[in-house]
Design a protein around this ligand. Structure first.
Ligand SMILES: *Cc1c(COP(=O)(O)O)cnc(C)c1O
Length: 403
C-alpha cells in the first residue's frame, strides 16, 4: 500500500474545497482572505456567532484553571450548569455527554431502564418518525432508521418502530406491550425542516400518559434558542419526560446533555451509565457562558424578530423566482428553503455569492444564521440569495434555449 492519499482524513464527508482560518460573529474569513456570511453556524452550533467575546473570555479563564478531572469527583460548575438547565426546563436531572448522538444514547437508555426498573424489561421499544435524525452511533442510527445510513453496518439495534410524521393513527397502532416511549424532534432539522402540528405533540403527550410511556424530545438541533425559545418544546405547549441537547449548548465547544424528570430517570443508578469526558470543565465553562448570554432579557425576542424579518424577505424572493424556489418553512432561525432546482445547486450558487448554507432532506436548504445575527446581515443574505437565484434562473433559460 502506498501512503499517497492527498488527504488523510477518513473520506466520509463530501467536503467543499474551502478552508477558514478565522471567524467574527456571523462572518468567516477564508484562508485566501475572502469573507463569507456564515448561515451554517457550524450546523446550528455557533449560536452566538464566531468568537463571541464572553465565550472566549470564559474559555480562556477556564483554560488557566482546570481542563479535566473526570467524573470521579464533584463538579461545582457542572452542578451549576445542570441546575440552570433544570431551572429553565421540565427536568430534575442532567447527564452531560460530548455530542448529540451520545446525548441521544443516554435518552434511549434512560427510557429503556425506566421500565426495566419498574419490573418491565420487556418494554424496550421506542416509536420514532420517518425523516428523523438522531445521530450516527449504532443505537441512534437504528432510531434514525434511514436505510442509506444503516447499510453495510450489520443488523441494526432492535427496538425502534418507525411511523409517518404526524400520523396519530399509526402511532396508536404501533403502541404495544413492549413499547417504552415515543421519540421525536419538535422540528425535524436534517430531515428538511419538517414540522408536525402542535396538536400532534399534544396527542403524543396524552398517548404517553394513557399508556405509561415516556415522551422523549430530541432537541439537539432545536434546543438552545434556535427556534426562538430556549427549548422548542416551550412553543408546543407540551413538555417531554426526557430531552437531548447538544449542538449549540457549548456555542462551538463539544458538549451534549440528556435531561430527564426524576420519575423518568428513576432507573438510572450509580454505574448504569458513564462518560470519561462528559461534563468536562472546559465544556461546562463554555455552556455556562452560552447560558449567561441567552438568559439576558431580550435575547429570544431578538431571535424571534430576526426570524420574522428573514422569513418575510425570503418569501418575497420565493415569489420572484418560482422556478428556483418553492417555499419557506421553519421556526425561529431554523429556516428551510424548499428548492425547485436541486438543493445542492442552490447551496453551491449561494456559496459563489459568499453565503454559506446547509442542505437538508426533502430538497431543502437550511438558513441557520447565528442567533446574534443583525438586521443588516439578514438584508445582506437576502441580496445574496437574490443574486444566486438570478444566476440559477438564467441558467435554466439558457438550458431551455439550447434544447
Ligand atoms: C445533529 C443531530 C444529532 C447528532 O448530533 P452529533 O453531535 O452529530 O452526534 C442528533 N439529533 C439531532 C436532531 C441532530 O440535529
Amino acid at each position: 500500500m502506498t501512503k499517497s492519499a492527498a488527504s488523510h482524513l477518513l473520506p466520509v464527508f463530501a467536503r467543499v474545497d474551502l478552508g477558514f482560518e478565522r471567524g467574527e460573529g456571523a462572518w468567516l474569513i477564508a484562508t485566501n482572505g475572502e469573507r463569507y456570511l456564515d448561515f451554517t453556524s457550524g450546523v446550528a452550533v455557533n449560536a452566538l456567532g464566531h468568537c463571541h467575546p464572553h465565550l472566549v473570555a470564559a474559555l480562556q479563564e477556564q483554560a488557566t484553571k482546570l481542563w479535566h478531572m473526570s467524573n470521579l469527583f464533584m463538579s461545582p460548575d457542572g452542578e451549576r450548569l445542570a441546575a440552570r438547565l433544570c431551572a429553565q426546563s421540565f427536568a430534575d436531572f442532567v447527564f452531560f455527554a460530548n455530542s448529540g448522538a451520545e446525548a441521544m444514547e443516554c435518552a434511549i437508555k434512560v427510557t429503556r431502564r425506566y421500565h426495566a426498573a419498574k419490573g418491565h424489561p420487556e418494554r424496550y421499544r421506542i416509536i420514532t418518525f420517518e425523516g428523523a435524525f438522531h445521530g450516527r452511533t449504532l443505537g441512534t442510527l437504528a432510531a434514525t432508521g434511514s436505510p442509506k445510513y444503516l447499510e453495510g453496518f450489520g443488523p441494526p439495534l432492535d427496538g425502534f418502530d418507525q411511523v409517518a410524521l404526524g400520523d396519530l393513527d399509526a402511532v396508536r397502532k404501533a403502541i404495544g406491550p413492549q413499547t417504552a416511549g415515543i421519540l421525536i424532534e419538535p422540528l425535524q432539522g436534517e430531515g428538511g425542516v419538517r414540522a408536525a402540528p402542535h396538536a400532534f405533540f399534544k396527542a403524543l403527550r396524552q398517548l404517553c400518559d394513557e399508556n405509561g410511556l415516556l415522551l422523549v424530545f430530541d432537541e439537539v438541533q432545536t434546543g438552545m434558542g434556535r427556534t426562538g425559545e430556549l427549548f422548542a418544546y416551550k412553543r408546543l405547549g407540551v413538555a417531554p419526560d426526557v430531552m437531548s441537547l447538544a449542538k449549540a449548548l457549548g456555542g462551538g465547544f463539544p458538549i451534549g446533555a440528556c435531561l430527564a424528570t426524576a420519575e423518568a430517570a428513576s432507573g438510572m443508578t450509580p454505574g448504569s451509565h458513564g462518560s470519561t469526558f462528559g461534563g468536562n470543565p472546559l465544556a461546562v465553562a463554555a455552556a455556562n457562558a452560552v447560558l449567561d448570554v441567552m438568559l439576558k432579557p431580550g435575547f429570544f425576542e431578538h431571535v424571534q424578530k430576526m426570524s420574522l424579518l428573514l422569513k418575510q424577505k425570503l418569501a418575497a424572493v420565493v415569489d420572484r423566482y418560482p422556478n428556483v424556489l418553492a417555499e419557506v418553512r421553519g421556526e425561529g432561525l431554523l429556516i428551510g428553503l424548499k428548492a425547485v432546482v436541486p438543493s445542492g445547486d442552490l447551496v453551491a450558487a449561494l456559496r459563489d455569492q459568499k453565503l454559506l448554507t446547509v442542505g437538508a432532506g426533502d430538497n431543502v436548504v437550511r438558513f441557520l444564521p447565528p442567533l446574534i445575527v443583525t438586521e443588516a446581515e439578514i438584508d445582506e443574505s437576502v441580496q445574496r440569495l437574490d443574486r444566486a437565484c438570478a444566476v440559477l434562473a438564467s441558467g435554466q433559460l439558457k438550458q431551455a434555449a439550447g434544447k
